[in-house]
Design a protein around this ligand. Structure first.
Ligand code: ZN
Length: 267
């Protein structure tokens, strides 16, 4: 598996023009193979981080027989037995995968990401991944093959670590709901504009927010256009690791500007 990490490091060097380090933060971009003569296809992935279940989305998927890959945390599992039973009752529709035990970012090089406390160490990352696996096995009777951490951002070293444990990292290519914070019309528009090979990410754990309504409408719009839906394990996929720029302290930026006065010129 060492090859895998080396390949990522090389990709980062080529993409960013700078040497990558294990502590660098990356955002995996995942795409699936484009559809064949049968038509375009996308993978719908839905995160169940914690909290409750958006029944609008779950009911729409079952009624319209739309397959999806659901990323579940141990925390969500504890309080959503009924929704989990519905997912388990439709193994032809729902692929259940690992979103961690307690919704902790697999980052050990900075203390928080989007305000969420990160794992902080390789040991904690391992515990989060393995805890999620155990939770899925005991609650749903499935062994996950994919892992998506909280925030979908990782330390570069964590990517290699999790792959060594035998799991594929699940990035995405189309952020539909920005953590369920967008309003329905925007979410609908984003999903309805999905293209062949996209991996869509949205949330199924925020029933009181507007975003879920947009997920329902957007998916139905895609279906009406003839888009086919597949699950991550059903297709070939390819992934790149996009570097997440480090936020430099303001002082450093000021110095950089001072030595390049020509950059102030406006054209
Ligand atoms: Zn999440």
């Amino acid at each position: 598996m060492r090859f895998s990490l080396s390949a990522y490091v090389l990709a980062l060097v080529l993409a960013g023009g700078a040497v990558a380090h294990a502590g660098d933060i990356v955002e995996p971009r995942l795409r699936i193979a484009e559809g064949d003569a049968a038509g375009p296809q996308v993978a719908l992935t839905l995160d169940a981080c914690s909290g409750q279940t958006d029944r609008r989305i779950l009911a729409m998927l079952v009624e319209n027989r739309i397959p999806a890959t659901i990323f579940i945390t141990g925390r969500w599992t504890k309080h959503n037995a009924e929704a989990l039973a519905i997912m388990k009752a439709h193994p032809d529709l729902f692929e259940l995968e690992n979103h961690g035990l307690n919704h902790v970012p697999a980052i050990d090089s900075q203390p928080t990401m989007y305000g969420i406390r990160t794992a902080g160490s390789p040991q904690a990352i391992r515990a989060e991944v393995e805890g999620g696996v155990e939770s899925l096995r005991s609650a749903a009777g499935v062994t996950p093959r994919w892992y998506r951490d909280a925030t979908a951002r990782y330390s570069l070293g964590a990517v290699g670590q999790i792959e060594k444990m035998g799991y594929k990292i699940a990035g995405y290519s189309l952020n539909a709901d920005q953590g369920a914070t967008l309003l329905a019309p925007m979410v609908e528009k984003r999903i309805a504009n999905a293209r062949d090979g996209d991996v869509i990410i949205a949330h199924i754990n925020q029933p009181t927010r507007s975003a879920g309504e947009g997920v329902v409408k957007g998916i139905l719009a895609l279906k009406a256009k003839g888009m086919r839906f597949v699950r991550l394990d059903d297709v070939q996929s390819s992934q790149t690791l996009d570097p997440v720029p480090v936020q430099k302290p303001a002082k450093t930026r000021h110095v950089a500007t001072a030595v390049q006065p020509q950059s102030r010129t406006r054209y």
